[in-house]
Design a protein around this ligand. Sequence first.
Ligand SMILES: Nc1ncnc2c1ncn2[C@@H]1O[C@H](COP(=O)(O)OP(=O)(O)O)[C@@H](O)[C@H]1O
Ligand SMILES: [Mg+2]
Length: 342
Amino acid sequence: MTRVQIDRVSKSFAGHGKKAAEVFAVNDVSIDIASGEIHAVIGYSGAGKSTLLRLINGLERATSGEITIGDTLITGFSEKQLREVRGGIGMIFQQFNLLQSRTAQANVEYPLEIAGIAKDERQRRAAELLDFVGLKGKEQAYPEQLSGGQRQRVGIARALATKPGVLLADEATSALDPETSAEVLSLLKEVNREFGITIILITHEMEVVRQIADRVTVMEEGRVVEQGDTYQVFSNPQQNTTRRFVETALPNVPAPEVLEAIKRRGRGTLVTISFTDEGEVDQPVIITTLTKHGVTGSIEGGGVTQVSGRVYGQVTMEIIGDEAKVRAAIAELSQHTTIEEL
Ligand SMILES: Nc1ncnc2c1ncn2[C@@H]1O[C@H](COP(=O)(O)OP(=O)(O)O)[C@@H](O)[C@H]1O
Ligand SMILES: [Mg+2]
């Protein structure tokens, strides 16, 4: 139950080389993350995501701006105070960061040992958490005996051991195959629901955002370029970077070369129709409109998916028929749908 407020935070590093200008890894970033929210921060490599996470858990100090975790303004905290703050934050990592010489059970107990919890309480809690993450029976397995997905489950159990109010995930599913990634993400969703824990996850994959995030912040070169409700950002991206990310999480969007080849063939007019659950758009509207105007359509790509549990999709179609009729059909479709000629 912890709100995280990042208020106009910047972090710069001294530059290298002749000119040696300082590099702003994080530049004037503000994010207000509600208690119990799953917030994704997405950006390409070098966008400043990991630095932002390290600022939140106090492993880096901000050059300017303020970070508040729960009721605690951590800006200006001493190393000792920051260690205490870190105790209330769980972390999971891309490479899991488990202790190879310890069993799953002993890995989960580790943060409890550090916190000085008695042995029987430690054992009880670790066993309970391993059960919760679906690893009952694997307590005595060593990390090398577990699959990637299982290792990350141990990582999640360990992160939850000290009952943190916030869970930070740095590319937590990037090393996993898509199916295992989806399983781990739904476990995180369960953790969020069950414990009301605030989750901040950083990723370069829009698929991760689509599957789990309530809200999303898009970062580029240290700055926030877009921020909002996940469904809103998917259905109405404002920036090119965001549009590129959104396209990667849409089913079967045709590649530019494919679109060019279809256009060259010149059989009809190529359009993209976007589906949201806000309009009255669904397949019957499209087919009905085309039929009414005496034209036909051929689906060339795209499909419908779920974003935050809501319908979203994009279909690329070639509308075929007499030019005037095609124009009339597109005009009518544009009243009911978001339709773009390619
Ligand atoms: N300790 C550091 N010293 C100098 N530059 C850094 C340091 N940490 C990060 N950077 C720079 O800050 C930028 C953002 O890095 P990072 O936060 O790791 O991005 P991301 O996680 O989005 O890939 C990069 O240009 C990186 O080289
Ligand atoms: Mg990173």
